[in-house]
Design a protein around this ligand. Structure first.
Ligand code: SAM
Length: 252
């Protein structure tokens, strides 16, 4: 892609087509490039949520909050804890929504420092941790034991982002997500960033979006459904995100 920005003429020239730099389209092109450059700079590794590092970009955090606030689950299952930022985010939302509920969070390796910080956090009563692979059947059995028939379950997949792993997670965790709730499958950005210095070329074929597409093709109980923005006084309608095509709604 060749982009030429002229701030004197207020134009953005892309592949020989010139558009107004202040147009929505121009904002979308530059945002996509910004996402790519930011990913390479590890921009998402610069934030915390209530004291814990959260490996997300701000818009993804806000959109997730908007969706969870609408769905109002009482159980949130998360794969991929890292420092615990998203687990604490979910706990803080449960705390605000109903003052009850559980985040059931799984990671293949919970580092001692992170484990201590999560356990000592003021929201720790909302969090149940499991160590092991998210697709290990024993771990999944333990997760299922924490879920009751009338629970409203929301699922957030942010562990290993290979095609195989995400596809297996989708097959397993689709069994526990509630009707009209969502599975959010993160990091579809991998295809976009495969050719950056920090990226890997094989991500163009080995990525979560490929898994999401295959899952949706074989599973009529789910649709791709971008949640409505709860507030929008602009003409914008595209998320600036590390997780395109991430919202899978269970419809039956
Ligand atoms: C991208 S980080 C999670 C970031 C976290 N959700 C956040 O936003 O702050 C990915 C995590 O997935 C974990 N992981 C990798 N493979 C896994 C697997 N097979 N099962 C569970 N967790 C896994 C890694 O240990 C790492 O902590």
């Amino acid at each position: 892609m060749k982009i030429l920005i002229d701030t004197k003429k207020n134009t953005l020239k892309i592949n020989n087509k010139s558009i107004n730099i202040y147009s929505k389209k121009s904002f979308e092109y530059i945002s996509e490039l910004w996402v790519k450059l930011g990913w390479n700079q590890k921009y998402s590794y610069t934030f915390t949520w209530l004291g814990r590092p959260i490996i997300q970009i701000p818009e993804d955090i806000v959109r997730l909050q908007e969706l969870i606030f609408q769905i109002k689950p009482n159980k949130i299952v998360e794969t991929g804890i890292a420092h615990g930022g998203t687990a604490i985010l979910f706990a803080s939302i449960l705390d605000q929504i109903k003052n009850k509920g559980k985040v059931i969070a799984i990671d293949i390796k919970i580092r001692n420092k992170n484990l201590r910080a999560i356990k000592n956090h003021s929201l720790s009563k909302y969090i149940k941790l499991f160590e092991g692979s998210s697709i290990d059947s024993r771990i999944f059995k333990n997760v299922k034991r924490k879920i009751k028939a009338n629970d409203k379950v929301f699922v957030f997949l942010d562990s290993n982002h290979t095609f195989d792993h995400v596809y297996n997670e989708l097959i397993m965790y689709s069994q526990i997500v509630s009707k009209n709730s969502y599975i959010v499958a993160c990091d579809g950005v991998m295809n976009l960033v495969n050719d950056t210095p920090r990226g890997k070329r094989n991500w163009s074929v080995d990525n979560p979006i490929k898994a999401i597409k295959k899952f949706l093709k074989n599973n009529e109980n789910f649709i791709l459904s971008e949640p409505n923005w709860l507030f929008n006084e602009s003409k914008l309608n595209k998320r600036i995100t590390h997780s395109p095509m991430c919202f899978l709604k269970k419809i039956k």
